[in-house]
Design a protein around this ligand. Structure first.
Ligand code: MG
Ligand code: MG
Length: 257
């Protein structure tokens, strides 16, 4: 069952999405050589408290990990794809590719979004990886219209990434979002012919999150049970928006209009 949200519910999701947007904007501006990933965690935590929001990630139980995630923020650097854990020991260095992913719960409705930023000197490959991942998300958003099917979104991401010489990770996917962080349906970044391919209807809200790899598609999870990295050690990028299907086309809830 894919939930369909009323206009007033979409407004609440928009408020949650905008808070995540503000946090990610602030954290992106803090990413600099010598800053630790735990510094970003503290700032995100402070902003959530100030807004009266609850963190969506801290305490989130994953069956695969067998533990609850201990932080409000995921910071994934270079070959880390998603679910990197903040640490005081992890300090940004020149040339790092930094993915920031966070979520909140505000008035019972969830927000979830991610961005990737790069520190100078930015190599041509990194610049292309970030641009293509952003374009994958833009193309997927354009497909988030009533009457289309889920595979139109997945296919838009996969086709663009592969055409540009990159890979998509298959072990991690986007998701529906609303009164839970992760709802039906799963939103893969590849066309999944083994699962159903629901038609998109007004009021559905999807967290679309291309995770694009510079090299091979294989990933593995580190001993901390959470951090997903590329097997070949090459860089990854991750952008995410919450997108509502409306009669006026896609509505990106995790950024200002
Ligand atoms: Mg998400
Ligand atoms: Mg996210």
């Amino acid at each position: 069952m894919i939930a369909r949200r009323s206009p007033s519910e979409l407004e609440k999701l928009h408020r949650s999405g905008l808070l995540v947007h503000q946090i990610l904007q602030r954290l992106s501006g803090m990413v600099a050589v010598g800053v630790s990933t735990l510094d970003l965690e503290h700032e995100a935590d402070r902003m959530m408290r100030d807004a009266g929001a609850k963190p969506a990630f801290k305490g989130y139980y994953s069956q695969a990990a067998g533990t609850k995630f201990p932080y409000v923020l995921c910071v994934s650097v270079n070959e880390e794809i998603v679910h990197g854990m903040p640490s005081q020991k992890k300090v940004f260095r020149a040339g790092d590719v930094v993915s920031l992913d966070t979520g909140v719960q505000l008035n019972g409705y969830f927000g979830d979004s991610a961005v990737t930023v790069a520190l100078d000197p930015v190599t041509p490959e990194t610049e292309k990886l970030l641009r293509v991942t952003r374009e994958c998300l833009d193309r997927a958003i354009q497909q988030t219209v009533a009457g289309n099917r889920l595979a139109d979104i997945s296919g838009a991401v996969e086709r663009h990434a592969v055409t540009e010489g990159f890979s998509v990770v298959r072990e991690f996917v986007g998701h529906g979002i609303g009164t839970s962080l992760h709802e039906e349906p799963q939103v893969p970044n590849y066309v999944d012919r083994k699962n159903d391919n629901p038609r998109l209807k007004e009021g559905m809200v999807l967290a679309i999150e291309p995770m694009i790899l510079a090299g091979r598609p294989e990933s593995k999870v580190l001993k901390d049970k959470w951090t997903a990295v590329t097997k070949d050690g090459r860089n990854a990028a991750h952008f995410e928006h919450m997108v509502a299907v409306t009669n006026n086309g896609p509505w990106v809830l995790s950024r200002p209009a």
